[in-house]
Design a protein around this ligand. Structure first.
Ligand SMILES: [Zn+2]
Ligand SMILES: [Zn+2]
Length: 426
């Protein structure tokens, strides 16, 4: 099963108006995701929408009410209709507080098995701050206190520090995080069973920290629009049952197969730099400049790669003897936009080819991960070649920095023009 537990609803800031249950359901099917987080369950209006539109399915899981899903299904390509979408109640909280004389800003995910447990958490958090202002509420509360409330809410609830490396809002963030899990969670550290690696880091980077040994590395999309669902996700081979899914994540046993990853350089904070000065540095270059921007002489925003290096115990490239599946993908719309030669992946030309591929071959994850490229090479030779290259990790990336997304290119200059000939070799 493909499981994406961290995203946002239309009630979160800077989130698309289409991020409602209908949009998540529609795009969940087109992407080929099986279990999707509802996001934002602390928001009162969204919470009542969830109560209205969802009905219980398997233990701890929910599905859209039949009268809603049937209508939506008529608009979904037949090739993707069979997958049944399940929802899990989830939320991301922004914790801002002072600890050991420094301001800390951490984002944390809370995942729960029922509306009753969600209500309990909402009533506890309501005492602390305003849950109405944002689907991702900002609370002046220690992350450890949020963990305590989560633990008290239900044995089946799960707390996960989110995108742990991003500079501004994360457990290990260079600007307002901690240097260790223990510094943040003290005696409750053993209750941290999983951490989210975020778009700018991948398992390879996280394996370098001894403190993360035995902690499950999860990946989610953090999508703010339905088309971005599943850009990172978990692969879980458990029963279709909330408690089995959560146990798989908590234990990291064989039920947790691994993660599907963005190329981490594509994330917004992989390298160091200044967006306004257009300065982008690798960790080595940053060290050479002593962390100072050569254009404006201010401190550079230090990215995830640098920060991992700072906290790492193991050398670059280290991998444990036994580890989970790590699969890199480039979103299909990005592949198509490169192939058809347009910059924006939302252009009509890209959508047209995207829809044709989905109609012909099924959901996006099947196309990216499992379909035999031979099947698509006759009609779409360059797309087939691009997918083949992506699966071999044969791509070029300009790393992201200081809030600027990185750019992935699959073809070298000139290579694409030869694509038709090259495709004969597939
Ligand atoms: Zn976040
Ligand atoms: Zn600068």
């Amino acid at each position: 099963m493909i499981v994406d537990l961290h995203l946002h609803s239309k009630y979160s800031r800077a989130t698309s108006r289409d991020m409602d249950l209908e949009g998540m359901y529609h795009w969940g099917k087109i992407k080929g995701i099986n279990v999707i987080g509802t996001a934002d369950f602390t928001h009162p209006e969204w919470f009542s929408e969830l109560r209205d539109k969802l009905q219980p399915a398997e233990p701890g899981l929910f599905k859209l009410k039949d009268e809603i899903s049937q209508k939506l299904d008529s608009l979904i390509p037949e090739s993707c209709r069979d997958n049944s979408i399940r929802f899990i109640l989830s939320v991301e909280i922004s914790n801002i507080y002072s600890k050991n004389d420094r301001v800390r800003k951490l984002h944390n995910l809370v995942i729960v098995p029922s509306f009753e447990v969600a209500s309990y958490i909402n009533s506890e958090l309501n005492k602390i701050g305003n849950l109405k202002a944002d689907g991702r509420p900002i609370l002046g509360m220690d992350s450890k206190e949020l963990l305590k409330i989560t633990l008290a809410s239900d044995p089946g609830s799960l707390f996960i520090p989110a995108h742990i490396w991003t500079p501004w809002f994360a457990m290990f963030g260079s600007k307002s995080g901690f240097d260790s899990i223990t510094e943040a969670f003290e005696e409750l550290t053993p209750e941290i069973k999983a951490v989210e690696t975020g778009l700018s880091s991948d398992p390879f980077m996280n394996w370098r920290l001894l403190e993360l040994t035995g902690i499950t590395l999860v990946s989610n999309s953090d999508a703010h629009s339905p088309r971005n669902l599943g850009r990172e996700a978990n692969v879980i081979n458990s029963k279709l049952d909330y408690f089995d899914i959560i146990e798989a994540i908590k234990t990291g046993d064989e039920r947790f197969v691994g993660t599907i990853e963005f190329f981490p350089q594509e994330g917004k904070y992989h390298y160091d730099g200044h967006k306004s000065c257009r300065v982008s540095f690798s960790p080595e270059e940053t060290l050479k400049h002593q962390g100072i921007c050569p254009k404006c002489n201010k401190r550079l925003t230090v990215g995830v790669d640098y920060r991992v290096n700072e906290l790492a115990d193991k050398p670059f490239g280290y991998r444990p003897d036994k580890h989970k599946l790590v699969e890199y993908i480039v979103p299909l719309a990005e592949i198509i936009s490169e192939v058809v030669g347009v910059k924006t992946k939302t252009s009509p030309k890209v959508s047209q080819v995207y829809d044709q591929l989905i109609n012909a071959f099924g959901d996006e994850f099947s196309i990216l991960r499992t379909i035999k490229v031979n099947k698509i090479k006759n009609k779409y030779p360059q797309v087939a070649l691009a997918i083949k290259k992506m699966r071999k990790r044969d791509v070029f990336i300009e790393p992201g920095y200081d809030g600027v997304f990185g750019v992935v290119k699959i073809f070298k200059p000139g290579e694409l023009e030869q694509g038709k000939q090259l495709s004969l070799e597939i």
